[in-house]
Design a protein around this ligand. Structure first.
Ligand code: HEC
Ligand code: HEC
Length: 273
């Protein structure tokens, strides 16, 4: 009798354990699906860069500044401020940097080999350590961080410079490709400007203006559930009202709209000048 009870219990236990393990395994995906969590290639690339050690050499978020004795400017180049333009002639060469440590064009050049011997730290070859998808995502991250994708429209281009100046990308990710974690917020992260999150949060220019000037909008403030998350979130959208003038507001709006329009996405980076 006892043995039968134990057998019954242990069967139940394994079934229960299996169900718990399964739901724990799928929980993040179900959670993301239900909430409509937005994923962009640069954000995936950021995560790959973080776990691949790229930032240990290329500086926090790829902003450079790490010493490299004997290297160009005695520093490891970053990905920001137009830097990739001085190193690669095409996006394919960016991939070659990641996969082989440098483009074939350079690796075959004796002067390059000599210069490499004289520098303390070399770019590692990641071939065999990254999937093709991970390499694409890394390139998408480098693209968005590079500062080399600039609107043709003058007002929107000024908006981009202001976005750097006011630190918008610190929170919203490179080119607004989605920001970092934000504990207490509805989706758990700072929304980006690329797709659904933006369309949920910004219905028209009035709301876009509201976000930038006041850090919040009436439609959400009046909704008790949204209000709960607005108050619970730890990182909030700052109100720029007292810090920008009308012209700057228009420029920032023009830039955010241009990013959201996404026309630039398929265009290759202007490299190799
Ligand atoms: C051990 C240090 C180190 C690590 C780790 C590293 N790099 Fe580099 N990387 C370098 C150095 C040094 C250069 C300059 C290469 C040269 O001298 O030709 C470089 C150059 C580059 C370049 C071209 C220059 C530029 O800044 O645009 C790219 C792109 C690049 N690395 C991407 C990456 C990515 C992506 C990762 C992670 C997957 C990574 N690197 C990891 C050291 C590193
Ligand atoms: C300190 C971090 C931080 C900075 C800096 C910041 N934002 Fe935000 N922003 C947020 C957060 C958090 C939200 C979401 C707020 C909410 O849901 O209540 C947000 C929301 C927004 C939204 C609403 C829609 C969306 O998808 O993001 C826009 C548009 C926006 N910010 C634009 C900007 C601009 C333009 C700048 C620079 C002038 C900027 N933000 C600077 C944190 C920041």
């Amino acid at each position: 009798m006892l043995r039968r009870v134990i057998a019954w219990l242990s069967r139940r236990f394994w079934v229960a354990a299996f169900v718990v393990a399964l739901s724990l395994h799928f929980y993040p995906r179900i959670h993301d699906l239900v909430l409509g969590v937005e994923v962009t290639p640069p954000m995936r690339g950021y995560a790959v860069a973080l776990r691949s050690g790229c930032f240990t050499c290329h500086g926090p978020n790829g902003t450079g500044g790490v010493k490299n004795y004997g290297g160009e400017d005695d520093e490891i180049p970053g990905f920001a401020g137009g830097t990739p333009m001085m190193w690669a002639k095409s996006e394919f060469e960016l991939q070659e940097y990641i996969l082989d440590g440098a483009p074939a064009r350079k690796r075959g050049d004796p002067r390059y080999k000599e210069a490499q011997r004289k520098q303390l730290i070399a770019m590692p070859a990641y071939r065999g350590h990254l999937s093709p998808q991970e390499v694409d995502d890394l390139v998408a991250f480098v693209r968005a961080t590079s500062g080399l994708i600039v609107p043709a429209d003058e007002v929107a281009a000024q908006g981009q410079e202001l976005a750097y100046k006011f630190g918008c990308f610190q929170c919203h990710g490179p080119m607004g490709a989605r920001g970092s974690s934000n504990p207490g917020s509805l989706k758990g992260y700072i929304p980006g400007w690329w797709s659904n999150d933006f369309h949920d949060l910004v219905r028209d220019d009035g709301e876009l203006r509201g976000w930038i000037l006041d850090g919040q909008i009436e439609r959400l403030r009046d909704n008790p559930i949204a209000r709960h998350f607005i108050e619970a979130q730890r990182v909030y959208m700052p109100a720029y009202r007292d810090f920008i003038n009308d012209k700057q507001l228009e420029a920032l709006m023009g830039y955010v709209r241009w990013v959201n329009n996404g026309e630039w996405q398929g265009k290759p980076l202007a490299l190799g000048h």
